[in-house]
Each structure stands twice: as C-alpha cells, then as structure tokens.
Design a protein around this ligand. Sequence first.
Ligand code: FAD
Length: 337
Amino acid sequence: LPAPIETDALVIGAGPVGLFQAFQLGLLEIPCHIVDALPAAGGQCVQLYGDKPIYDIPGIPATTGHGLATALLEQLAPLKPSFHFEQQVASLERQPDQRLLLRTSKGTGFLAKTVFIAAGVGAFVPKRIALEDIQRFEGAALFYHPESLERFDGQAVVVNGGDDAALATALALVGRARQVTLVHRRDGFQADEGLVARMRAAVAEGSLRFAVGQPTAFDGKALQIATPDAQTLSLPLDALIACLGISPRLGPIADWGLDLVRKQIPVDTERFQTRESGVFAVGDINTYPGKKKLIVCGFHEATLAAWGATEIVFPGKAVPLQYTTTSTRLHQLLGVG
Ligand code: FAD
C-alpha cells in the first residue's frame, strides 16, 4: 500500500456540509484533504435535486442544487483543498501517536490529526446487480455507470437498466459498439420521454436490440436473463454495463466504533465531536438533541467543528476570532483586497 498522506484534517464527503467544512478549516489555516465516493462534489444537492430550486440558503433567495455546489466550490477555491474523488473511505484506525489512519477503496491512505465525517446519508455508489459472485467481473467484463465509453468501441455490449442513464448509455454506444442490447425488467421506462422515443426509434431501425428480462446468471461471456414468459435467454457479450441507479450506502462508517444511533453518529453540540477525540461528525450524518437535517444547520456545525479542531492542531495556542470583513490575514488567505 502507498505511504499515507499526512494531513492536519481529512474531510469525508464533498456534499454541501463537507465543502463548507473545508472552507471553515481553511479560514483557521488548517489545510485539508476531501474524499468522496462520487466523481464530483455536491452530495445530495447534485445527485438528488441538481436542477430543482432551493430557497433557504442564507442570503441566497433562490438557487439550485447544482448552483449551490458550484458556489460553495468557488468560495472554497482560494483555500486550495485537495480532492480525492471516486473512492470510499473504508477504514479508520487510531494510531499510537493519536493520529487517525484512514484508507480508501482505491488504497489511498491518510494519517490525519483530525477527521470530519460529512458523509450525509452515506456514500453514493452504483446499485449492483444482485447475482452471487458477480463482483469478480467488475472492471473486466462488468461496468457500473462508466465515465467514458471509448473502451467499448467495436464490442458487443449489453446495457442493463431502464432509467435516463441506461437509455443514454445504450444510445451513445450505437455506432461505436459492434452490437448494443438494452435489457430491462419490463417494457416501460422511468426516463425522459425524448430518450425513450429515441430508444424506440433505434430499436425499430435495428441499430439497438431490446430484451425484457431479469438477469439470472453471468459468466463474463454471456448474460442469462429470465423473460416474463418464463423463457431463459442467453446474450453473448464482451461487456455488461449496468445503470441501475446510484444510491447512498452508509457502508464502512458503521464499523468505526462510533456508537451509531439509528444510523446517525452522536455528537456533542459544542464541537460536534463524536465519542472519539479528533473525530467530528457534521451534516446529515450526525445526531444530537434538536437535530434538523438542513444545510444551514450543517454549516453551523462545520463552523464549530473547525474551531474544535484548533485545540488539536494548535495545542496550547489561543486562536483569535477574526472577521472576513476586516482581517488582513483572512484577506490574504482568500486572495482578496
Ligand atoms: P450529503 O449531501 O449527503 O453528502 C455526503 C457526501 O459524502 C456524498 O457525496 C457521499 O458520496 C459522501 N460519502 C459518504 N460516505 C462516504 C465515504 N465513506 N467515503 C467517501 N465519500 C462518502 N436541505 C435544505 O436545507 N433545504 C432544502 O430545501 C432541501 N431540499 C432537499 C430536497 C431533497 C429532494 C433532498 C433529498 C434533500 C433536501 N435537503 C434540503 C437536505 C440537504 O440536501 C441535506 O441536508 C444535505 O445534502 C446534507 O449535506 P451533507 O454534506 O451532510 O451530506
């Protein structure tokens, strides 16, 4: 395994609260790294309501999920945090020197003085096909929500799913892949009407095949499906792409000894620290008397958690409160004025 990156702070989750956490840490001159399972920042705001309006962010009468994520990233940019995307933080262990060792699903390691769990409702990961042992084909003959499609050029590809992502992927493969078959459990789609119309047209002209059925077996060379009329179909392929949706999984955080209560991490309301010193939890993942799962509450929690971290990162040093309006040091950090 690669040597861990030493850091004052590690933020788990690049949702709105994780992003604001990094901003508050930056103002207190605590550099941080941010890890997210997704390929980009924004958490629920981008995954669940990217284009919907949001009206209760202080000082912003109206924005969207995407708009808020973009604004938070822009606000944070001068403080230059390091992002690590497409990896889930898998383990957290206290070291003899009191620092915390964390490892991600990609093997990246961090040795951190403080950790901020801003994991929301869990890591957003693609839903897997429910067949035993199928994970051994991942990355070779099985792909979930692939970022780019070049590697499938000239191949026989089966796309499993019935939402926007599945239809868009199947249509994008037409003309690049040698053969494209869309497989969905029923002949109906929860997808944009335009995409469905394009898919039906491609099937009618013969450039796309469509089969209704549920996967029952996969050996890396063919997908077997059970059709509604109880037939078994075998679809030979070079690659199987599954777009079955992206859903949050709490995952490994449950095993970190943080005494979860109904899948939430209990914290105090002075520092938003968990039962483990130096491990803070902010945003939707935490619980305390009166907790409300609102972005504005997460912003407050992140602010006090960052102050809590100063006691660990700068022991014995009284850190003064400074206003962004008037502090020349903060202006320097923010690259303004
Ligand atoms: P999230 O946004 O859930 O982000 C957590 C991030 O952590 C995710 O990106 C996830 O992939 C990542 N993660 C988790 N575990 C790991 C791990 N182990 N390793 C790596 N990454 C990990 N709130 C309001 O205040 N106003 C509203 O109007 C409003 N409207 C909403 C509408 C809808 C439809 C929904 C679903 C929610 C709404 N909310 C609203 C709630 C708001 O979106 C949440 O309170 C907010 O997203 C919480 O932010 P967060 O950063 O704590 O978590």
